[in-house]
Design a protein around this ligand. Structure first.
Ligand SMILES: Nc1ncnc2c1ncn2[C@@H]1O[C@H](COP(=O)(O)OP(=O)(O)OP(=O)(O)O)[C@@H](O)[C@H]1O
Length: 478
């Protein structure tokens, strides 16, 4: 703009000089013209210089203002990490922790020294974040063996360290994870690096889950799928058969004809038993979260991680405040798994996320499982899904799913949130159903979860040893 103004004055000035020259027609025009031109160029150069200096000063002041602003913002995030000093208001005591996020502190004993954390290859990207593999060294190794010990971890950070709102969201996720604690089907927090938060660096360190997300796993292995649900030919199936009888017309059978088959720990096998086990484990993790209470808001197979022993972890708690903006959902591409397909109608309508809307999403997760990674409402565009659901229509019964499980899905998709089952009911339903038709799968899951609880307890021990405060306490007590 400054340059534009200067140019304008220059043209105007030149016009006037030319016009006055025409009128007066000086006899010694040559030398006077030269003087005028010199004066003009001098003034012009001076103005340009002035504009340039003005521009530099403006830039400097703006960047100083921005730096002061972001410093203040980072300072705020640091203060927020400590949680509000005020007690939680009585009216919010029973509210989900998502609503009480301002009161949740980051527990300082989770702090990890940056130099003890080595970063490895990228494991995956989210919308705003990037997750890398990491190796955590012991904070205070006493022996040579301990010096060599490294814990495999996953390290989450934001893609853009200048995006203050994203760092703020990651900080909120960290505070939520501190409050969640440990449970076999929920991703556990190992620690965080907050020491460089003022420079925009915040790292959340969680346990490393080796097989990535469950959606990708079922999609990759769908060609290997073995359906162990065999229709029982001994039961008459006709139009007149009552529904209750039809429900008993399945039993489990593997290729060798055995009716009892435990889950194969081979990752290159995917069977109905696996699908049932994954469904039960997700319900189990969600039941734990609902007792905190925490509303996940983004329950989908892409946010469930798989370990090589076929146990799962519910992950990605970054949703606490992420979807405040309605425009975020309305993506038109069918390829991108946008949350609208996982959201209950009331969540789409008024952003009301509750445990009941998580239950709806759980029903969609079951659909994803039993379609071996299919997209919910595959023939409907994102823009039309709300109207489709409101008209009472739902996802169709998947091929590999028996009636009892489809019944459960439909219960989860009740238009009235208060009529949907709770996660406690869902777990009971699963357990009862599995004890009846697939007891071996249920026993397997129970055993695996016992082992997982043990391994998370060991992880907790590791974390405790690594906490500087803990080692100080130990030294004092010695
Ligand atoms: N603990 C972990 N262990 C192994 N892989 C992980 C772990 N956490 C995340 N990943 C991988 O990184 C990917 C992205 O993770 P995540 O969804 O948590 O990131 P995000 O940035 O929060 O995504 P979004 O924008 O959807 O919230 C996951 O799909 C998964 O493949």
């Amino acid at each position: 703009e400054s340059f534009g103004c200067v140019n304008f004055f220059f043209l105007e000035f030149q016009n006037r000089v030319t016009r006055s020259d025409d009128v007066k027609k000086e006899p010694q025009g040559g030398s006077i013209f030269k003087i005028r031109t010199t004066v003009f160029f001098f003034i012009y150069g001076f103005l340009v210089l002035l504009a340039f200096i003005g521009f530099l000063v403006w830039r400097l002041r703006r960047s100083k203002f921005q730096a002061r602003n972001s410093k203040m913002h980072f300072e705020n995030i640091c203060q927020e990490l400590d949680g509000s000093e005020d007690p939680v208001p009585e009216s919010m005591k029973d509210a989900p922790i998502n609503d009480k996020i301002d009161y949740l502190p980051y527990k300082k004993n989770y702090e990890i020294a940056k130099e003890n954390l080595e970063k490895g290859p990228v494991l995956g990207h989210g919308m705003f974040g990037v997750v890398k593999k990491g190796y955590l060294k012991m904070a205070d190794p006493k022996t040579e063996d301990e010096q060599k010990m490294k814990l495999e971890v996953a390290v989450k950070s934001v893609k853009n360290t200048y995006a203050l709102d994203q760092i703020s969201m990651l900080a909120a996720e960290l505070r939520l994870m501190c409050a969640i604690g440990k449970f076999p089907n929920v991703l556990a927090l190992v620690g965080a690096v907050t020491s460089e938060l003022r420079k925009g660096h915040l790292l959340i360190v969680t346990e490393y889950i080796d097989q990535g997300d469950l959606l990708e796993y079922v999609r990759k292995h769908r060609h290997l799928f073995e359906d162990h649900l065999v229709p029982d030919k001994t039961e008459p199936v006709s139009y007149l058969t009552p529904l209750s009888a039809k429900r008993k017309t399945y039993h489990f059978k593997n290729e060798e004809g055995e009716t009892e088959k435990a889950i194969s720990q081979n990752l290159d096998s995917l069977t109905t038993s696996d699908l049932l086990s994954f469904g039960l484990q997700i319900a189990n993790g969600m039941q734990y979260l609902s007792t905190i209470p925490l509303v996940h808001r983004d329950l989908a197979l892409r946010n469930v991680l798989l370990k090589k022993n076929k146990t799962i972890r519910i992950a990605d708690f970054g949703m606490a405040r992420k979807y405040d903006d309605k425009t975020y959902y309305k993506q038109s591409s069918k390829e991108v798994p946008v949350p609208i397909r996982w959201m209950s109608p009331e969540a789409v309508h008024n952003m009301k996320f509750t445990q009941q809307s998580d239950v709806w999403s759980f029903g969609i997760c079951l659909y994803e499982l039993f379609t071996l990674g299919g997209l919910p409402y595959p023939t409907i565009d994102n823009e039309d899904i709300y109207v489709y659901i409101q008209s009472g229509r739902r996802c169709l019964q998947p091929d590999h799913c028996h009636v009892e499980l489809y019944d459960l899905m439909k219960l989860c998709w009740n238009a009235k949130p208060e009529l949907r089952p709770t996660f406690t009911h869902i777990v009971e339903y699963f357990v009862e159903h599995m004890k009846k038709s697939a007891e071996h799968v249920y026993d397997f899951v129970e055993d695996m979860l016992r082992l997982e609880a043990e391994s998370q307890r060991k992880l907790d021990d590791w974390i405790r040893i690594n906490r500087s405060e803990a080692s100080e306490v130990d030294l004092k007590s010695v």
